[in-house]
Design a protein around this ligand. Sequence first.
Ligand code: HEM
Ligand SMILES: [Cu+2]
Length: 546
Amino acid sequence: MAQTFDRADGKLALTHILFALAALMIGGIAGMLQGMVRGGVIELPGGIGYYQLLTAHGVLMALVFTTFFIIGFMFSGLSKVTGGRLTGTARGLGWAGFWLMAVGTVLGTVMILANKATVLYTFYAPLKASPWFYIALALVVVGSWLSGAGMIAQYVSWRKNNKGKISPLFAFMAVATMGLWYIATLGVAITVLFQFIPWSFGWVEKINVMLSRTLFWYFGHPLVYFWLMPVYICWYVIVPKVIGGKIFSDALARLAFVLLLLFSTPVGFHHQLMEPGITPFWKFLQVILTFMVVVPSLITAFALFATFETTGRAKGYKGLFGWFRALPWKDVRFLAPFMGMVAFIPGGIGGIINASHQMNALVHNTIWVTGHFHLTVATAVAITFFGIAYWLIPAITGRRMTASINRLGIIQVSLWALGILVMSGAMHISGLLGAPRRTSDTTYNGNEIAAQWDPYNLLMAIGGAILFLSLIVMAVALIKMIRLAKGETEYPVAESLTPAEATPRWLERWGVWVGLAAVLIVVAYAIPIADMIANPAPGAKGYVLW
Ligand code: HEM
Ligand SMILES: [Cu+2]
């Protein structure tokens, strides 16, 4: 019997998802304009600064769209797999978290629009924003902590009522994701509370720049895994069901998540390879740890294709690659995440290039980097989220997904893939030719090398326009979805090929994993951070350069 989605839980999840998509639409306008400006197609009207726009884009896309979507999606899945209903505590914490994050987002956006926080989403010191911008960031982080507490409360309550059983895979993965989030956000919370807020209020004159950047990247790298892990939830748990198959191995999936929890944090220095003030040994160590994340990524690639193959063979498809034809190419619930997987192949390879010290020297701060993360977060992650939205919204609002929604979805994600191919491809090439990221249109006084970038700048603008068109199609689909007829839409959650008893219990020993994660963080960070505090550079006053 189809189980209707709990209405109160549906409302919590839907509010998060719609908030996320609103941020995506506004961020998308900014992104499209950036492409146009860089391509020399337009100039910004009304005194809007390029960096102001870029700050809005980075914050709304990388921080707001992702976080709200992830929290909404994970609450919905928890409700689904842990008995069809969130406990009052979990739901209450979810709403409290939502409101804190929403207030923080609005406050932060107002500060950016007022041109009082044009510091980009990385808010590097010594650029100094209004203190209210940092307070806004703090509200978003604290809000997400409440939501995380809600999810963990739900998981704990399930385990209490199901003693001795292994938890549902979705719930395990959601807890691992939020566990990583708690570890990661500790860094950003410390720098915002103890460095940026006192400094921007003028209570202290100077800021320790190296320390603040280090704490930012202590957060900034695991942030990318916080985006990716919910995507992996979809790839591991949702996609197998959509294609009519089963999860290849429950234990392997859990192992991948445990490895992500361990190796996502002690690696932030790979964003600081070009910075003085960190000795090469610590950079080397963190780069080695960075490459450990390749292991869970390859596990994931293996498990997914194993699922595709076993499913196809079970349906009777023969030959080495016959199973490929068994995949439901005309189902947006599959096509979108599959496109995400494909984008993640060059995205992942680019990541390995970026993290390698010598090659980083070539691409650092060029628009190659922007090309890289539009393949990863803006495609592998975003397009998977789009694929989720098309069934999730009808499922949690008790409506029936139609063929026409599916068709719009296919058009939308195909346009997105095309737009990214053009824009991100151009970014990669012109980045290799030396074009800097985070720069408005400039000819560098007619410089020859800069002239080489011109055709790619134009391609970026064209790609950006296609991406924006994709968002318009999505807006149309959203309006249609709200007006769908009442009915049922499946919330796809796959079962495992292997029996649940086959999963080793030690995978669920959180104390061990969090403890090991802490040990790795201490090994990678304790000495260099102690050094930054004990032997600080002179410290910087704040600058407002916009
Ligand atoms: C309509 C779709 C999009 C377009 C046209 C677009 C375009 C751009 C462009 C042209 C830049 C580079 C500007 C520069 O360095 O000078 C940029 C930066 C960026 N984009 Fe996008 N983008 C889109 C979607 C997204 C999405 C979905 C995400 C993340 C979920 C995202 C995250 C970012 C981030 C984090 C930056 C870097 C900001 C910074 O350097 O401070 N973008 N985007
Ligand atoms: Cu990183």
